[in-house]
Design a protein around this ligand. Structure first.
Ligand code: ADP
Length: 570
């Protein structure tokens, strides 16, 4: 059953409307539209196949909120626009044509509800010479501002704001300016920014050495910086307002399935999907809350159901690639070479609560391992099964899998997406994040405020007999239940919220999911307002040591407008 908030989101953004803005589609109609359209891809491989059973399967997993594809698929499948992917990476070449081509391409993608990632690392540094005019280059950061304004102007026809990721390598000569470019909250607002960290840099940080800055177009050494000072500046800025994040570029390239096709320079906007230039990827997430069964004694994970869902979801996402209308010919071409898909999860924290496991416990980390290793393995089997009929992804022979006996239909199968909107539709906790609060105000869709009390908590409070309106108010005000004595100890422990949880547990959880995820993991490590720079630094180093592909942190109250607010629901 779709919750009231879920319905609101669907009505606002997803259901078809007529010219007067009146709804002409129901949620059932949406799932029907999407399932028939996506199932129709089977006809490409088996023209005579009766796809009604598959349509029903796809319909059921969405209608039951067991699985949802990323927003553009829900919005656009079977409609004129037809653009189904959430994630794109575009190259930014070191030339006027190159720069403005990228802006144009980004505008086209934003119009269709997709997000774009860019690396600005190829652009020559500020002040370096421009041969054709005899002038001097203005550098990556000034061009980022142009990208930002273009995004602002497009705003995706009121459906979705444009979202961008901007990346600069740590050895770019303009790195210090980049690290500080979002110091002021009001600048470059349509970008998330991350510093592309190299192994060389991290070694220099550890040994407290200098590292070289390289001018991209000449490959000459332009200067040197003390690695620790740069690292500390990143930490300082992130502590200040959450940006920049960091991504470990060399690590992403170590997992680049087809290095021959190019180097990974950037991720999509929320960081979970590293891609080659001009690649796109479509994501989908399984709702783990719906994968729990009662064995008569206690609740446990229903691996049979989870396995079936993985099989159907992989089939679904592979079909999306074939019926997708790509915004550019080049993207169509690149995407179909590797056929990357990103299956992930949502409702992980809610699942733990249902199982009675606190998020910040060894038990939770083990649960993450058993769930994600299962999904990862099963998704490979499902992809291999598709390859038997449809063939391996076209770049397979050039890929790192070429000598393996198992052919895969998809170069990657797993990604942990933020599930910002689809988790609201499903009415569960987002991605692998802990509950943000037991009661909170969510600012979505341009400041529309939706007060929410966690339904699981309300249920438990009523069942255990400690529910009262007064208590709910108190919790809403405090955000956390950990220190409210009227609430039984075990309940307080299990309903841990993001700020109750030590940042170290956040990172350990991210690292465990990363271990079994081909692409990357979207995760924000939440810090309390009082956290120090040293706390942030420690988490960054730990993320590096534990094999994460990037880190995003956020210290409560450090930005004027934050998406989630702990606050009273009066
Ligand atoms: P959803 O829940 O809507 O499917 P997610 O929150 O999981 O989306 O985000 C997945 C990816 O979708 C992001 O990393 C980004 O690439 C893209 N995306 C998210 N929000 C936007 C937006 N407002 N505009 C453009 N792209 C977006």
């Amino acid at each position: 059953m779709i919750s009231e908030n879920g319905l609101k989101v669907l009505e606002r953004r997803y259901l078809a409307k007529n010219e007067e803005g009146k709804l002409i589609e129901t949620p059932e109609g949406l799932f029907k539209r999407v399932s028939s359209f996506i199932a129709s891809a089977d006809k490409i491989y088996e023209p005579d196949k009766d796809i009604s059973e598959l349509e029903k399967k796809f319909y059921d997993i969405m209608y039951n909120l067991d699985f949802l594809p990323n927003s553009p698929t829900l919005m656009n499948a079977g409609r004129e626009l037809g653009q189904l992917s959430a994630c794109f990476v575009l190259p930014v070449e070191d030339s006027m044509e190159g720069i403005f081509d990228a802006i144009k391409h980004a505008a086209i993608i934003h119009k269709s509800g997709g997000g774009t990632g860019f690396s600005f690392s190829r652009l020559r540094s500020k002040g370096s010479s421009v041969n054709s005019t005899g002038g001097v280059a203005s550098g990556p950061i000034s061009f980022m501002k142009v990208f930002n304004s273009a995004t602002e102007a497009v705003k995706q026809g009121g459906v979705r704001r444009g979202a961008n990721m901007g990346i600069l390598r740590v050895d770019h000569p303009d790195i210090l300016e980049f690290i500080q470019c979002k110091k002021n909250d009001k600048e470059i607002t349509n970008f998330n920014i991350s510093v592309g960290i190299t192994e060389k840099f991290m070694e220099a940080v550890e040994k407290d050495e200098e590292y070289e800055l390289i001018e991209p177009h000449t490959k000459k050494v332009k200067g040197k910086l003390k690695a620790r000072e740069v690292f500390d500046l990143i930490v300082d800025m992130a502590w200040n307002n959450g940006e920049p994040g960091i991504i470990f570029l060399d690590r992403m390239n170590r997992d680049n399935v087809v290095p021959e096709l190019g180097e990974i320079e950037s991720t999509n906007p929320c960081g979970e999907q590293p891609l080659l230039p001009f690649e796109s990827c479509n994501l989908g997430s399984i709702n783990l809350v719906n994968c729990i069964k009662d064995n008569g004694i206690k609740k446990e994970i229903d691996f049979d159901k989870l396995g079936d869902l993985v099989d159907t979801a992989v089939h679904f996402l592979d079909n999306v690639i074939d019926v997708n209308k790509y915004p550019l010919e080049k993207i169509d071409e690149m995407t179909k070479k590797t056929r990357k898909i990103g299956l992930g999860v949502m409702g992980f924290a809610d699942m733990l609560i249902n199982l009675g496991i606190p998020y910040d416990s060894e038990d939770a980390i083990e649960t993450a391992e058993s769930v994600m290793s299962f999904i990862n393995e099963r998704s490979k089997q499902a992809s291999a099964k598709l390859a038997e009929l449809r063939g391996a992804f076209p770049a397979f022979e050039k890929s790192i899998y070429a000598n393996k006996s198992m052919k895969l239909r998809n170069a990657t199968t797993t990604t942990i997406a933020p599930t910002g909107t689809i988790s609201i539709i499903a009415g569960v906790s987002s991605g692998i994040e802990p509950l943000f609060a037991v009661s909170f105000i969510r600012n979505v869709m341009d400041n529309d405020e939706l007060p929410e009390v966690n339904p699981l908590f309300e249920k438990v409070a009523k069942e255990r007999g400690f529910y009262s309106v007064e208590l709910m108010r108190k919790i809403a005000k405090m955000g956390s239940v950990r220190h409210i004595e009227e609430i039984p100890e075990d309940v307080r422990r299990v309903f841990a919220t993001a700020h109750d949880i030590d940042p170290i547990w956040h990172i350990r959880m991210q690292a465990m999911f990363q271990k079994y995820t081909d692409n990357a993991v979207s995760k924000t490590v939440n810090f309390r307002k009082e956290a120090t720079r040293e706390d942030v630094r420690e988490v960054y180093m730990l993320a590096y040591k534990l094999g994460c592909k990037g880190v995003t942190i956020y210290r409560d109250g450090s930005r004027e407008s934050q998406v989630l607010n702990i606050g009273a629901v009066n």
